[in-house]
Structure formats: C-alpha cells, structure tokens
Design a protein. Structure first.
Ligand SMILES: NC(=O)c1ccc[n+]([C@@H]2O[C@H](COP(=O)([O-])OP(=O)(O)OC[C@H]3O[C@@H](n4cnc5c(N)ncnc54)[C@H](O)[C@@H]3O)[C@@H](O)[C@H]2O)c1
Length: 304
C-alpha cells in the first residue's frame, strides 16, 4: 500500500463497477478507509442488487484494506445521507466524497420521454447533490475535505443524450458552486471528465486511441483527494483524463461585448451583434459528420 491518502476516510458512489471500483481500490491501496456505495443497477438504472458493493469491499479487505458497503440509491436524499453517515459512524470522519454513480438512457431529444429524462438527471445531478450536501455539512464542521463530481466531455452537448449532457453540465456548475460556498471552510471541490473502457463506454462510439483505463482515472482522483492537491489550492477545476492525457477545462467567461448608449432594439441588435459580438463556433458542430460516421461504422471500444 502507498500512503497518498493515509488516515483519510473516502466515500465513493458507483464504486461497484468500472471507474468507481478502480477509485475505491486505489484509495484503499493509498491508505484510505473507504465507503463503497453502489446500487448495483444495469447501465439504464434498472434491476438493483446489493452484491456489487459488497464484492468490492471483499476485494479491498482481501488486499489488507478497510471498507464498508452501502447499497443505497444515491438519487434519494436518504441514500446520500446514508453514505455520509456510514463513513462518520464507521470511521469517525469524512475527508473526501467521489460521486461516480451514473446511468444512460439514450434517445433523440424529439423522442425522449419523462422516464428517460428524470432518472438520468436524478442519478447524476441530484445524486451528486445528495452526497455533496450531506458531506458538506460534516466537512464544514471539520474545516477540511474534498468533493469530487464526475462530468463528461459530453457536457459540451450530445446528439442523442440530451439528458446525460444536461446532467453533466449541471454537475460542473454544482462543483463550482461548492468550491465557492465552501472555500472559507477549507473544503475543495473539483470535477473529473474521464474517458475509460467500462461497460458504459462500450456503447459510446469513440476513437480507440483516446481510450484509457479506469486505473488512469483513479490515479487523478487519488491525487485530487490528497493533501498535495489541497496544498496547491486546487478547487473549482474540471480535469479530463483519457489514458496518457490529463487536461484542464477553461472557466466559462464572456468573450466579446457591445454596448448601446440608448438601449437595444431588435434593429440595432441585428446591426451590431453579428459584427461586434459575433459567435463562438461550437467545436462539436463541426465534428457532427465525423461522429455520425463513427457511429455508423461501429467504431466502439471494447468493454471492460
Ligand atoms: N467510461 C467513460 O468513458 C466515461 C466517460 C464520461 C463520463 N463517465 C462517467 O463516469 C462515471 C462512471 O462511469 P463508468 O463508465 O464506470 O460506468 P459503470 O456503468 O461501469 O458504473 C456505474 C456504476 O454506478 C452505479 N449506479 C448507478 N446508479 C446508481 C445509484 N442511483 N446509486 C448508486 N449507484 C448507482 C452502477 O450500479 C454502476 O456500478 C459515470 O458518472 C459516467 O457518466 C464515464
């Protein structure tokens, strides 16, 4: 075992499979005691099972680490609270939460139903809120702690997953709000946008070259949870990790502005906006045909 997280207590949601499991195992290897949360559902969020979280606890224990399972649904307030209460009850404190749990319900916007929209927003966005909210109350008292949300490059937009994209964009704003609201209590908040071979990404057309492993993502998360990252003052950031690449995303900002002395009218806006303010070209719009071709040719990464 390493000691990057020695003495820390870390809770990870969606820790039964894929990236969450790799984060839980890595955190334990680095000396943390871990709360392993997983509702044990299929990729679309159905058919829960408590065995998935328990299996990862057994793996951690077999490797000489300490962990406890919570099989609750983190899209409920009670589920998020239970994750945090379990950490405090079992280990007496909570130093980090990593909200990895997620599901997919893919559909074009014009066909998307309420049953496809609501659970995706509830699992990703509300599921990050429920855990952040309960953890923030503990960390504020402790005057230390780290919140990590999981977003996606798809927060820029998605052809057939408007629900997922909207949730992932919301998580970035939630993370930035947490970074601002908890700064004076010594609590940091950051977001990670991963690319890794898992059962979820097996259904997403993607260039194989850009695929990394869940272990690459776990290494970044371990660093962000560590005192080394806190000492650097890292908060309010969004980091991509895809195999060998780590990148930081820009903070949102206004690009160009124009002012009207006598107030705007549609006519003066039509005159000035295209030339003086203009547009900021949407990178994904120019990649639409390339993405459609990848989807058609079935360029899908292998699941793991
Ligand atoms: N794999 C990628 O390339 C990729 C890319 C971008 C973003 N992400 C994000 O990373 C995270 C992990 O993805 P993954 O690829 O490891 O997926 P995965 O499907 O392998 O694992 C997700 C886990 O979350 C659990 N889960 C789902 N709903 C839950 C709930 N309500 N409560 C508790 N647990 C729940 C599932 O049971 C599952 O074990 C997700 O938030 C996903 O959106 C992944």
């Amino acid at each position: 075992m390493g000691n990057f997280l020695a003495g820390k207590v870390i809770a990870v949601t969606g820790a039964g499979r894929g990236i969450g499991r790799a984060v839980a195992l890595a955190a334990a290897r680095e000396g943390a005691r871990v709360v392993v949360n997983d509702y044990g559902v299929a990729t679309d969020g159905t058919a829960p099972s408590s065995e998935v979280a328990e299996a990862v606890v057994k793996e951690i224990e077999a490797a000489g680490g300490e962990a406890v399972a919570v099989a609750d649904d983190i899209s409920t307030m009670a589920g998020g609270q239970r994750v945090v209460d379990t950490a405090v009850g079992a280990y007496g404190r909570l130093d980090g939460v990593v909200c990895v749990a997620g599901i997919l319900r893919e559909r074009m916007l014009f066909n998307m139903t309420e049953e496809e929209w609501d659970p995706v927003i509830a699992t990703h966005l509300k599921g990050t809120f429920t855990v952040f909210r309960a953890a923030a109350a503990v960390m504020r008292r402790q005057r230390s702690g780290t919140l990590i949300g999981f977003t996606s490059g798809n927060h820029q937009g998605s052809v057939s997953q408007a629900n997922y994209s909207a949730a992932k964009g919301g998580i970035i704003s939630l993370v930035r709000s947490a970074a601002l609201g908890l700064h004076k209590y010594g609590v940091t908040a950051n977001a990670v946008a991963p690319v890794a071979r898992t059962r979820m990404s097996a259904n997403v057309p993607m260039e194989l070259a850009g695929m990394g492993s869940a272990e690459d993502v776990a290494a970044l998360v371990v660093y962000l949870l560590s005192d080394r990252a806190a000492e650097e003052g890292i908060t309010g950031q969004v980091y991509s990790v895809a195999g060998a690449k780590i990148a930081v995303w820009a903070q949102p900002c206004e690009l160009r502005s124009a002012y009207a002395s006598g107030g705007w009218t549609p006519e003066t806006i039509a005159e000035f906006l295209p030339r003086a303010v203009g547009v900021d070209p949407m990178p994904m719009l120019s990649r639409l045909s390339e993405m459609e071709e990848a989807a058609r040719s079935g360029a899908r990464p292998n699941a793991r």
